[in-house]
Design a protein around this ligand. Structure first.
Ligand code: UD1
Length: 435
């Protein structure tokens, strides 16, 4: 059944919305839960497609999963007492990218992992060589193989590994590789230093959970993480950090489509690369401890800017496509440079189909979009090519003249918790249609 959003543009949004727990954290946290036989309670998980898929995979391995909600905050209680090793040569692991954390967690827990290679958003090539380099340097055996025409991988722990001050250097501070190597190393015999690690808040969140479970990991949030192996981990309670990408998405939408919107449950320090750019554009913000108010009262004087994506704390690639929609509404020529996923511009074709004027330039290590503003957007039928492109088009449809349809919204539902209700609660007119 095809699903799409029907969106009536031009509605002013006003009010308060609460951000959910971070998608990119919770996927790693849930997989980390298999490292203990005791109960793990995770509060504030987002009710999104990727999480539902992951619950099914955990149940397949034997986890007992109980979820509760008070209507706002979702909690999951995971009991892994009956979990057993099974190869993950099943289609569901190919549906979202973070399933690759099973490599690190399963090799720690069971000494082996067989996994179909993960899918997720198509953003250009997304290699996992750095994850594998880390596993090999710890001493795990890594083999690629084909399982019923799918690429698959096998990681095996040899009988004995002793690491005396082992160092692993990541050629690039990859979020996934940093998390996966951490997961694979919690029970090592010895000590390991991972250098040039990613510093994203989601890594700090994973390490907070693991240390509460009894792991010995230092340096999360810096470019050097030190792990001393422990023998076992215990159960615990953990609250997921707020989703900075969801918050950034709604902040940018509110800057153009509202007169006043309050975004609650945010950690403003996680959003500084964005909020400083919004201020530069001319958007008025009030930043408090755990909420940000956006005042979109005067949109006539918003000015063009340049942004360049990079690793945290630089401007996140996951907010780049949404910023592009915003920049169609400011005066002058803006530039968006993408250095993480250089082909992440497929939303621009659809934005141009709605009346934007965006030119894409592609050179070796950088992709660039030049946005000529301000342009009037008009409704159209458009297709989301990936998760954040999807929000960028929902945003465009909300400020366009007329009624748009946004197709391929499976991508959007994979990552935005309760998006239809959240938007309608502040005055949008968006309907999820199933044909
Ligand atoms: C995570 C996020 C994703 C975000 C990205 C960058 C999750 C589930 N996804 O993805 O939303 O867009 O961080 O902030 O958390 N690379 C290699 N070899 C590797 C691994 C990565 O060359 O082994 C390259 C990638 O192609 C990319 C860059 O490193 O150019 C960053 O990738 P990485 O930080 O690993 O992103 P993900 O963890 O896949």
């Amino acid at each position: 059944m095809a699903k799409y959003f029907k969106i009536k543009g031009g509605q002013e949004i006003n009010g308060t919305i609460r951000m959910s727990g971070a998608k990119n954290s919770v996927l790693a946290l849930l997989i980390a839960s298999i490292l203990t036989d005791e109960k793990i309670i995770i509060e504030d998980f987002p009710n999104i497609q990727d999480v539902s898929e992951l619950f099914e995979i955990l149940k397949y391995l034997g986890s007992d999963i109980k979820t509760e909600t008070d209507g706002v905050i979702n909690t999951v209680i995971i009991d892994n007492q009956k979990i057993k090793y099974k190869p993950l040569l099943i289609e569901s692991v190919t549906l979202f990218r973070a399933s690759y954390y099973f490599m690190g967690a399963m090799v720690s827990k069971f000494g082996k992992c067989e996994l179909l290679l993960p899918g997720g958003c198509y953003l250009g090539p997304r290699p996992i060589d750095l994850h594998l380099k880390g596993f090999k340097e710890i001493g795990y055996e890594v083999e690629n193989f084909i399982c019923e025409k799918h690429d698959a991988i096998r990681i095996t722990k040899p009988k004995t590994i002793f690491l005396e001050n082992k160092k692993v250097f990541l050629d690039f501070p990859s979020v996934g590789a940093t998390m996966n190597i951490i997961l694979s190393a919690v029970f090592i015999n010895g000590k390991i230093e991972i250098e040039n690690t990613a510093k994203e808040p989601e890594i700090v969140d994973l390490v907070t959970l693991l240390n509460t479970m009894g792991a010995n990991i230092k340096g999360a949030g810096t470019d050097k993480i030190i792990i001393i192996g422990v023998n076992q981990l215990k159960g615990c309670y953990h609250q997921v950090i707020p989703d900075r990408i969801e918050a950034g998405s709604y902040l940018m939408l509110a800057a153009i489509a509202s007169s006043e919107v309050v975004i609650e449950n945010v950690i403003p320090e996680h959003l500084e690369a964005l909020t400083s750019k919004l201020t530069e554009i001319g958007v008025a913000l009030k930043i408090e401890i755990d909420k940000i108010t956006v005042f979109g009262l005067d949109k006539s004087n918003l000015e063009a800017i340049s942004i360049k994506t990079g690793v945290f704390p630089s401007f996140p690639t996951d907010l780049q496509q949404i910023m592009t929609t915003l920049l169609t509404q400011v005066n002058g020529e803006s530039k968006v440079m993408e250095t993480i996923y250089v082909d992440r511009f497929r939303n621009c074709i659809e934005l141009n189909n709605m009346g934007a004027n965006i030119e894409i330039q592609r050179k070796e290590e950088t992709g660039k979009a030049i946005i000529f503003g301000k342009t009037k957007l008009v409704a159209n039928n458009v297709k989301a090519t990936d998760l954040r492109a999807g929000f960028s088009l929902v945003f465009a449809a909300m400020i366009a003249i007329g009624e748009s349809k946004v197709y391929n919204i499976e991508h959007v539902l994979r990552g935005y918790d309760n998006i239809v209700n959240k938007l309608n609660s502040i005055g949008a007119s968006i309907e999820l249609i199933e044909d």
